[in-house]
Design a protein around this ligand. Structure first.
Ligand code: 5RP
Length: 222
């Protein structure tokens, strides 16, 4: 099975968590695009969805799914999103698509986070995928120096401006043994908006698509 087919399989498996009349939080990326497509093709009728990016807003609109504002939606029962890497404990690297800040907000406001990935993204130790950090533009060089002091090699994602008007540093050469601790350390650097480590609030369930079907790992007490 190719990667696209695995993404679709993981996305379709997430439909079983969705109920009629729900308000869903929805992430960003090609796996999530498969999920939105599957939702649109299903008989499920959502009350609405909160999008984690402008790209996802456009996809929801095309699928005929009403979009709600998080400020009026309140806490959400379910957030579905992809990831760039995941550990079996539910810690994630996210932000390859640049939407990490709104993704982290919607994940935080959700009771349950179901993460849909293909099996190539499941790792024991995070860090081979460069860790994205969204940064206030004037702090770019300062944050980069602080990240070097932590042992990383930051690379400015040039020509990318996030939905929030900020820039992204992708940090290479990290071996993240303690994701909760590193998330807190990077969060504490002035000028950092969001680090793409989702460890303090990681995924509650991983749906991992491989050649033999979709495997589920529950990382939290449901
Ligand atoms: C976007 C993300 C995505 O979830 C992540 O990049 C995975 O994307 P894809 O499903 O296209 O592989 O964090 O900011």
């Amino acid at each position: 099975m190719d990667t696209r087919a695995k993404k679709r399989a993981a996305a379709e498996a997430a439909l079983r968590y969705v109920e009629d009349d729900m308000v869903l939080g929805i992430g960003t990326g090609s796996t999530v695009d498969e999920f939105i497509g599957a939702l649109g093709a299903s008989r499920l009728r959502l009350r609405g969805a909160v999008a984690s990016s402008n790209a996802t807003s456009a996809r929801l609109k095309a699928a005929g799914i009403p979009e709600l504002d998080l400020n009026s939606a309140g806490d959400l029962p379910l957030y579905v999103d992809g990831a760039d890497q995941a550990t079996p404990q539910g810690a994630l690297i996210k932000g390859g698509g640049g939407a990490l800040t709104r993704e982290k907000i919607v994940a935080a406001a959700s009771v349950r986070f179901v993460c849909i990935i293909d099996d190539g993204k499941l790792v024991d130790v995070l860090g081979a995928f460069p860790l994205p950090i969204e940064v206030i533009p004037m702090a770019r060089s300062y944050v980069a120096r602080r990240v070097v002091a932590l042992g990383g090699e930051p690379v400015w994602r040039q020509d990318v401006v996030t939905d929030n008007g900020n820039v992204i540093l992708d940090v290479h050469n990290l071996r993240i043994e303690d994701p909760v601790e590193l998330e807190a350390r990077i969060d504490a650097i002035a000028g950092v908006v969001t680090v793409g480590l989702f460890a303090r609030r990681g995924a509650d369930e991983l749906l991992i698509a491989g050649d033999d079907g979709v495997r589920r790992i529950t990382t939290a007490t449901p």
